[in-house]
Ligand binder design. Structure first.
Ligand SMILES: NC(=O)c1ccc[n+]([C@@H]2O[C@H](COP(=O)([O-])OP(=O)(O)OC[C@H]3O[C@@H](n4cnc5c(N)ncnc54)[C@H](OP(=O)(O)O)[C@@H]3O)[C@@H](O)[C@H]2O)c1
Length: 316
């Protein structure tokens, strides 16, 4: 240990090197945060799943920053409620704000997505930022899960967002600018037991948008994948179970998750800085991502032990 930390011989250079690297990293992070990034004032921003949770908070944060919003969801009444709340808060905003439009459609019905994309484009004639946020979670044991549940989760979390992205991309390419954002999850990087359908849909999301980022680079259209850990929303309440019924429980881990307003602020920062890939999670899930990559055998053992402990899906 002493030698590693610079006790003697060639190790003397190691401690200063570690300290210099750590300081350089800290300095870079501070500079990165201070960078103002692109302005979203008057930018046309489309948010799916804007009726609740993280999508609703993103609507609040981007509205206050002066974006022209198009809010999407399945329930017109809930979307209108969000519009009313934002309009009422307009007086407090430091920027000039705009009354949001709403577009109602079901992402799980990919046949309606082209029509929805047309409706979205009619609102302001173009789209600057598409935030694919809508999603549904799942709780269940693979042995008891009907294949139709896997398909349903994939329709909402994967096929819907990619269909909407592909329907809006041609207009971004024509105008020569745009930005695609997707809210994935830490479970798009690591798979934990009793979340198979959800983790699979988020892994697929990560893979598709990583490919898209590479393919769009020559067109200067950035792609941002955001992978949060637990957020305090109704995601677990709205989750489906193995037989397709609603889970209906606010898990303790979700209840004690991050404040959705903080996560929405981080989404705004990622959009402003055109970040490519952002993991917004605490120390343990972040370590788990690295463990899966660099010491998979240990990660698999830990997950198997977790599966044994949580024989029936209950919490987190
Ligand atoms: N909460 C967490 O712990 C957490 C962690 C990591 C990642 N995320 C991700 O964050 C995103 C937002 O989730 P949330 O936590 O805010 O959950 P939420 O409160 O349940 O919100 C989900 C949103 O998605 C919309 N939605 C669901 N199915 C849809 C469909 N078929 N078509 C159109 N819209 C649909 C819902 O709108 P309507 O029901 O009104 O249509 C709702 O606005 C999701 O992608 C989720 O995977 C959440």
């Amino acid at each position: 240990m002493e030698r590693i930390l610079g006790g003697g011989g060639g190790g003397g250079a190691v401690l200063p090197l570690i300290l210099t690297s750590a300081l350089a990293l800290m300095f870079y992070r501070i500079l990165f945060r201070l960078r103002k990034g692109a302005n979203v004032q008057d930018a046309v921003v489309v948010i799916t799943g804007a009726s609740s949770g993280l999508g609703k908070e993103c609507a609040r944060v981007f509205h206050a920053a002066g974006a022209k919003l198009v809010l999407c969801g399945r329930n017109e009444g809930r979307l209108q409620q969000v519009v009313e709340e934002l309009t009422a808060a307009s007086g407090d905003a430091k920027q000039q704000t705009h009354t949001p439009y709403t577009v109602v459609f079901d992402l799980a019905d990919t046949h309606t997505v082209d029509r929805a994309a047309d409706e979205i484009l009619q609102c302001h004639g173009h789209v600057d930022v598409l935030i694919n946020n809508a999603g549904i979670s799942y709780r269940g044991n693979i042995l008891d899960t009907h294949i139709s549940v896997h398909r349903d989760v994939m329709e909402t979390n994967y096929f819907g967002p990619i269909a909407l992205t592909q329907a809006l991309l041609p207009s971004m390419l024509r105008q020569g600018r745009g930005h695609i954002v997707v809210i994935s999850s830490v479970q798009g990087r690591i798979s934990i037991p009793y979340r198979s359908a959800y983790a699979a849909s988020k892994h697929a999301t990560q893979a598709y948008f990583d490919c898209l980022r590479a393919e769009l680079e020559e067109h200067h259209i950035p792609v941002t994948v955001i992978s949060p850990g637990y957020i305090r929303t109704n995601l677990s309440v709205n989750a489906v179970t193995g037989d397709g019924s609603k889970y209906g429980v606010l898990d303790q881990t979700t209840a004690s998750g991050r404040d959705p307003t903080d996560v929405a602020q981080a989404v705004l920062t990622a959009v402003r800085h055109q970040s490519k890939d952002v993991v917004l999670a605490g120390l343990l899930p972040t370590l788990a991502v690295y463990l899966r990559a660099f010491w998979p055998a240990l990660f698999f053992r830990l997950m198997a032990s977790r599966a044994r402990k949580e024989k029936k899906p209950k919490d987190d």
